[in-house]
Design a protein around this ligand. Structure first.
Ligand SMILES: [Mn+2]
Length: 354
């Protein structure tokens, strides 16, 4: 069981994380490194030392982001892929076993409201497709900037997104098939190095799992994940199975997807959370509890237990509760409640199985 931690500038301390029952480690990254640059070994060693001093392990990196030039297939991709390989080699030297990444053009996870109030006064991240239709990318960027209150949200780096118009122009003639071809090239280069380093690459599904602003999004469902694992047919080419990202598409049967890719040994990291589906393509996040959302967390945890899942897992986004102030989706309290709930399900199902 792990917890996502945003490094030294995270308001949530390693001490607090280490006090969550059943916690083993953190999932983290070097936040200050620009996408495409090499992660230096000295910094990684220092990071590991800091995390380990709280009796927490550090075996998963989320994320080593992929430079847009790689996704776009531009000439500079060569340099950025070489840098990515060097980063993987350095990560292996501090014992990293899993690297999460995504291949979403321009935007990482996308929401139209970072502080949607629920009836109980808690707030959650939400995505309303009607709002998105009436919002242009610049306005969306403003919403995120305002909602993040000067906190850098991963995937929403202000510097990178300031060039949003240029980025959109670059994607004008990039089709889904082009993106698949660029992903294939990236994996053909990276997976042999990951194998040599003993690192599992774990792609995160697109969140939400459909196209926005006409940009191609390709990692959205069971079929696309099947295509992904075959692009380079090696066990090091796998998946971060994120229930909350695949969940807004009602035809994604999460427990059956877990069983399918679990049997293939291709799930290398699990994000477990719930979402409440409102209508086709609109949803808001919720507590992890099954009855608070649209996903059956009991069935999801059971599926992981049935496939003999031994990889890292973490709760995903949580609500903001108890007047906590912090990065939307990434407060301490509700994610810690999520861990307690997941651990309860795990204990009950494993004992029942005996
Ligand atoms: Mn996720």
């Amino acid at each position: 069981m792990t917890f996502r931690w945003y490094g030294k500038d995270d308001k949530i301390s390693l001490k607090h994380i280490s006090q969550i029952p059943g916690i083993n480690g953190v999932v983290t990254s070097l936040m200050h490194i620009n996408v495409g640059e090499v992660w230096k070994l000295e910094e990684l060693l220092e990071l590991k030392k800091n995390v380990n001093s709280y009796n927490l392990n550090i075996e998963v990196i989320e994320s080593v982001n992929v430079h847009e030039d790689i996704k776009l297939g531009l000439p500079l991709k060569k340099k950025y892929i070489e840098n990515y390989k060097t980063t993987l080699r350095n990560l292996s030297k501090i014992g990293i076993k899993t690297v999460c990444y995504n291949f979403m053009p321009i935007f990482d996870w996308t929401r139209t409201d970072l502080e949607k109030p629920l009836k109980d006064g808690s707030t959650v991240l939400s995505f309303d497709n009607e709002t998105l239709k009436n919002t242009d990318a610049n306005q969306l960027f403003d919403i995120i900037k305002k909602g993040s209150k000067d906190i850098i949200i991963p995937g929403w780096e202000i510097d990178r997104l300031s060039a949003i118009e240029k980025l959109f122009k670059q994607y004008e003639n990039v089709s889904e098939e082009d993106l698949w071809a660029n992903l294939k090239h990236f994996l053909e280069e990276i997976i042999p190095v990951a194998k040599e380093c003993g690192i599992n690459m774990a792609i995160h599904p697109d969140d939400p799992p459909f196209s926005i602003f006409g940009l191609p999004r390709i990692i959205t469902c069971k079929e696309s994940l099947n295509r992904l694992v075959k692009l380079v047919d090696d066990s090091h080419n796998g998946i971060t199975l994120c229930s909350g990202s695949l969940g807004p598409n009602k035809s994604n049967d999460i427990p059956s997807i877990i069983r399918h890719f679990g049997a293939m040994g291709r799930i290398h990291f699990a994000h477990i959370r719930n979402i409440k589906q409102i209508s086709n393509k609109s949803f808001h996040e919720s507590s992890h509890l099954s009855s608070d959302g649209s996903l059956d967390l009991y069935e999801i945890v059971k599926a992981y237990i049935d496939i003999g899942f031994k990889e890292h897992v973490r709760p995903d986004h949580g609500r903001m509760i108890w007047d906590e102030k912090g990065m939307p989706g990434y407060g301490l309290y509700d994610r810690a409640l999520g861990i307690a709930y997941l651990n309860g399900l795990y204990e009950a199902i494993t004992k029942e199985n005996k």
